[in-house]
Write a protein that binds this ligand. Structure first.
Ligand SMILES: *[C@@H]1O[C@H](CO)[C@@H](O)[C@H](O)[C@H]1NC(C)=O
Length: 472
């Protein structure tokens, strides 16, 4: 049996898929500047999801940037169906579990780790909940590939011909390394091959002197194959000649038509690190408020987020992005939450988790204060992970309290209006935050709460910036 096949066997034993649909409900919001500072006021009609893609929104086509599109909705070429709340919850949960596993050492403690050498193998993260994709070009001549972008992992991979073991079906033609004049297999003895251990959590193996990688994610989906390099075309003016990536010969799981994954973690093999000599260790993105518009992903600092407010990274271990949460606000009032609550839990920001997870103590304080500010609206049934939902069928506009966050370095940032609610129809509009099971679980700042902001990951300076109004 070839080494690749034994690897396949090992991973087969994990290959239990949760075949869940990944559609998502969306909502639209408009903010009015004339309203009192501590409240947002929106027309209810803006909550109704749009069924048409409107790519020419405020974000414009930014030069030198990649378009960021939601995998589910009118702008997606993969699925026009939006996610249900149950689907979001199931996917978020497996992602949250595996992010936690990445931060956990054998004793079950997390979050004060700063040395990679003390960490166990990473278990990876769920791709199914990655949700946003970009389209890049690979090889010569270049082939377009749509990849989920993910701040929670490092290795970029795509399915590759001849799909020795298995490829799932994808929208674009599968990348054929033999047809690219610039593709090279990486040898087992190269330094880059050894970097796979930290980037994937698995030791690389050797298949007739070609370095082979394996990576597995939280929902048991996985990719394995040859480690190669080729020319990566980000935009027509922006290419990386020797871009290291996984050329997947066995790819299984809930990837839903995308060609693979783009890793934006902090590890040496992430796109961020591989583009660093050209762009510095900086990238930024803006996630659109609804799946009927598009956002963008920019490598390097293009200066457009000059109004960004920065908070220093906190060390959470591994290549994940840690943030320090100091306090939370509702309608300008600071919630009475002991700072030790946030200190104990810690927090990461993640592009793939949909709904922000807070320590239970913090969540209940947030919810209670938010309900006070919403007392004129009738509460209705809870919805899955959401316990604070309103029936707004009898209203034309809604005025709701702003939620604010004080990040480390005393950086105050408002949660965007579009990051406040999950709208399951006008008769069930829910506060889009949820509680962790335990105050000791790490918090996760999810992508719903990041919508419309430019989030700048200045990895070189170890800080993260938030700028409002980056895209529609
Ligand atoms: C890469 O290496 C594998 C294993 O040795 C081999 O089967 C494959 O043909 C090589 N691919 C290319 C494009 O050289």
């Amino acid at each position: 049996m070839s080494p690749l096949n034994s690897l396949v066997l090992i991973l087969y034993s994990f290959s239990l898929f949760f075949l869940l649909a990944v559609a998502r409900k969306e909502f639209v919001v408009e903010s009015s500047d004339e309203e009192p500072q501590h409240y947002h006021t929106l027309k209810l009609s803006s909550f109704l999801p749009s069924s048409m893609c409107n790519p020419s929104t405020k974000g414009d086509k930014k030069r030198g940037s990649l378009e960021v599109v939601h995998k589910h909705g009118p702008c997606s070429k993969f699925s026009k169906d939006m996610l249900t709340v149950e689907e979001i919850q199931t996917q978020d949960q497996s992602r949250v579990d595996s992010l936690r596993a990445r931060l956990t050492i054998n004793t079950g403690k997390h979050n004060t780790l700063d040395s990679k050498t003390t960490l166990p193998a990473k278990s990876g993260i769920t791709i199914g909940s990655g949700n946003y994709f970009v389209t890049v070009g690979l090889g010569t001549p270049k082939k377009d590939l749509s990849l989920v972008f993910d701040t929670g992992s490092d290795l970029t991979w795509t399915q590759c011909e001849p799909c020795e073991v298995s490829c799932y079906s994808q929208q674009e033609p599968i990348f054929a390394p033999s047809m690219s004049t610039t593709y090279t297999n990486i040898s087992c003895t190269s330094t880059e091959c050894s970097w796979l251990t930290s980037a994937t959590g698995y030791l690389p193996s050797c298949v007739s002197s070609t370095c082979a990688y394996a990576i597995q994610y939280g929902d048991r989906s996985f990719s394995l194959g040859y480690f190669g390099k080729d020319k990566l075309t980000i935009t027509s003016e922006d290419t990386i000649n020797d871009f290291y990536f996984g050329c997947g010969q066995d790819n299984e799981g809930l990837f839903r038509g995308v060609a693979g994954l783009l890793g934006l973690g902090q590890d040496k093999l992430s796109l961020l690190s591989q583009a660093a000599s050209k762009h510095g260790k900086v990238f930024s993105y803006c996630l659109p408020s609804q799946s009927s518009s598009v956002g963008y992903l920019t490598l390097g600092n293009d200066g457009t987020a000059s109004n960004a407010k920065y908070t220093p990274f906190s060390t959470v271990g591994n290549s994940l992005y840690g943030l320090e949460l100091l306090a939370m606000y509702v309608a300008g009032t600071k919630l009475t939450i002991s700072p030790t609550v946030f200190k104990t839990s810690g927090m990461i920001i993640d592009s793939g988790t949909v709904i922000t997870r807070l320590p239970p103590t913090a969540y209940s304080a947030l919810r209670d204060k938010f309900r006070e500010g919403m007392s004129e609206y009738p509460l209705t049934n809870p919805l899955d992970i959401f316990d604070t939902c309103y029936d707004l069928s009898n209203f034309q506009t809604i005025r709701f309290p702003k939620i604010g966050v004080l990040w480390g370095g005393n950086t105050y940032v408002d949660v965007p209006a579009s990051g406040t609610f999950y709208v399951n129809g006008i008769s069930q509009v829910c506060l889009a935050f949820t509680s962790n099971g335990d105050d000791s679980n790490i918090g996760i700042w999810g992508n719903t709460q990041q919508k419309t902001q430019v989030i700048v990951y200045d990895v070189g300076a170890r800080k993260i910036g938030f700028a409002s109004g980056g895209c529609a």
